[in-house]
Design a binder for this molecule. Structure first.
Ligand SMILES: Nc1ncnc2c1ncn2[C@@H]1O[C@H](COP(=O)(O)OP(=O)(O)OP(=O)(O)O)[C@@H](O)[C@H]1O
Length: 264
């Protein structure tokens, strides 16, 4: 087992909205180099957890460290350190609709590397567009001119703009057809391999969990009730886990995963 310190460590996280308690003493580690799938019922607090880790929400209690930096710190140097080292793909892509794909990818480059000459910045943007599996001519298109799958890839290109070691993906395959979703999953695997990324994925997609995740963290009852490899998680004696993994969709995804594992 790895003894390296986790790349993200969450301890005793508490998040409340008025009288609603979303997290109550939640602990989670994200290990360097892994693809961690985060699952849980609708409204269980997956997105609030991600927002707390990347500093978009200040939790009510608890400690979060991202690459050794206190995620609750408001010091400019700490914020920059976290922003430069994390890429985020939001559920809806969160692209600026009036900017082309290339201009979208250039936004973080302008913000964090303001001294880059225009030509070089555009070249870097093109590199990220291609890395995300888009054709080169997508760089001059507006988000509205792209398909849903291409918009996800454009969001991914922007998330990769600063070469972050840590990538957060919120429901990356939601809304994609099964072929598009499988292609996106294999892109994530390839990028992890090629760039040595650590990936935190919120997903409802059982195929993604079986195909690419090293470990799964289950959020239920306001905490992470279990985190481990999928074969451990699917045996967990918890009602939500049993419904999710051992219902008809879970069985189908498991069988597909087993078939993929034996096929050359
Ligand atoms: N800004 C907010 N103000 C009030 N309540 C909020 C806010 N953000 C989230 N919540 C509540 O916190 C709970 C957890 O929300 P969250 O978006 O993290 O769920 P989720 O697990 O990501 O759900 P889903 O799978 O449906 O996307 C929900 O009940 C939601 O209504």
């Amino acid at each position: 087992m790895s003894t390296d310190p986790p790349i993200v460590a969450v301890r005793g996280l508490v998040n409340r909205f008025g009288s609603q308690v979303v997290h109550d003493g939640l602990d989670l580690d994200v290990r360097e180099g892994e693809i961690l799938g985060v699952v849980g019922g609708s409204g269980s607090g997956k997105s609030v957890l991600m927002r707390s880790i990347i500093g978009l929400r200040t939790p009510d209690e608890g400690r979060i460290e991202v690459l050794g930096v206190d995620a609750r710190s408001t010091a400019r140097a700490d914020r920059q350190q976290i922003e430069r080292n994390t890429g985020v793909l939001f559920q809806d892509g969160a692209l600026f609709s009036s900017l082309t794909v290339g201009e979208n990818v250039e936004v973080p480059l302008k913000e964090h590397h303001s001294g880059l000459p225009d030509g070089l910045r555009r070249e870097l943007a093109l590199l990220k567009v291609k890395l995300a599996g888009l054709p080169a001519d997508a760089i001059d298109k507006l988000p509205s001119q792209l398909s849903g799958g291409m918009r996800k890839r454009a969001g991914l290109a922007r998330a990769l703009a600063l070469d972050p070691p840590l990538l957060f993906l919120d429901e990356p395959t939601a809304g994609l057809d099964p072929i598009g979703a499988a292609a996106f999953d294999s892109l994530i695997l390839t990028l992890r391999q090629a760039l040595g990324l650590t990936v935190f994925i919120i997903t409802h997609d059982l195929d993604t969990l079986y195909a690419i995740c090293d470990r799964i963290a289950v959020i239920a009852d306001r905490r992470v009730v279990a985190a481990g490899p999928i074969d451990e998680i699917e045996r967990l004696d918890h009602p939500w886990v049993q419904d999710y993994f051992n219902g008809p969709r879970g069985r189908a995804a498991r069988e597909a995963g087993e078939r993929a594992a034996v096929e050359p």
